[in-house]
Write a protein that binds this ligand. Structure first.
Ligand SMILES: [Zn+2]
Length: 273
């Protein structure tokens, strides 16, 4: 499933094909996505793309000088966007094209159709899918003190806490396991029982793991590939994720797998407390 680094990699991949260009057509071959693609997406036609932003795992295309609205895209479980020639014959699961007047095309492919292709109106932050989201993990709004403050009184596992999009967006299952290992925190520890100084370490680890994953083009596991159809290379850098039974890189104790919040979690029983 595409997580924040994959979405950011995708955003960077499609931006040159869209920014400053005028939209000639939005061609919807199959509107049956997670929610039906609304007719409102046709309002994009004739407008220039003034920004290609990301908020959490949503890609927001801002249109027109006054940026009154634009297209909202989420890759869901298996979606991808790729830049192609508008004349290229569509492949299986190529559901939507964004075509510009100067002949570029961004094509949305999604075999499982859990993706979202919709319209937002300004202010984007008020959109029902965006308004309850926590801060972005790579901005100054997000800090160790913020995590510490938000976690007080919370008895649930710290791993579930950092994966809660109302607390902070974009810390998916892979990156939660990795950052907790880097910070030496056991994933099942109660969020409210972790000291301030350890949250400072966890904040640094989350930033570090996400930045490295973005630099590598994301983590390719199974059915994701980037905007140019290339895989991400972060899988080669994973320290604990999907390494159950293999020796910890720090102390050689076998890595364990446990299910926390219905998700597989990987940790070192010696290094993480
Ligand atoms: Zn260890």
């Amino acid at each position: 499933m595409p997580e924040l680094p994959e979405v950011e990699t995708t955003r960077r991949g499609i931006e040159p094909a869209l920014l400053g260009r005028r939209i000639e057509a939005v061609t919807v071959r199959n509107p049956a996505m997670r929610w039906p693609v609304p007719d409102a997406v046709q309002r994009a036609v004739g407008h220039t793309v003034t920004a290609c932003r990301r908020r959490s795992k949503y890609i927001l295309l801002e249109l027109g000088e006054s940026a009154v609205g634009g297209l909202l895209i989420h890759l869901g479980m298996s979606g991808s966007l790729r830049v192609c020639d508008p004349g290229d014959p569509p492949r299986k699961h190529d559901h939507i094209d964004i075509v510009t007047t100067d002949g570029s095309c961004v094509r949305f492919n999604d075999p499982r159709r859990f993706g979202v292709f919709s319209w937002w109106e300004a202010p984007a932050a008020a959109h029902p899918l965006l308004r309850d989201l926590g801060p972005e993990p790579l901005t100054d709004e997000f800090s160790g003190d913020y995590l510490w403050y938000r976690s007080r009184g919370r008895r649930g596992a710290v791993k579930n806490f950092i994966m809660d999009g109302k607390v902070v967006v974009g810390v998916g299952n892979i990156y939660a396991s990795e950052s907790l290992f880097m910070a030496g925190i056991h994933p099942a520890r109660a969020a409210g029982r972790i000291a301030r100084v350890r949250y400072a370490a966890l904040h640094g680890a989350i930033r570090d793991v996400l930045q490295r994953a973005i630099r590598s083009g994301g983590t390719t596991l199974r059915d994701y590939s980037g905007a140019q159809g290339k895989p991400g290379y972060f899988a080669q850098e994973l320290l604990v994720y999907e390494r159950a039974g293999q020796p910890c890189f720090r102390c050689a104790t076998p890595i364990r797998r446990a299910v926390i919040g219905q998700r597989s979690s990987y940790y070192c029983p010696a290094c993480q407390r």
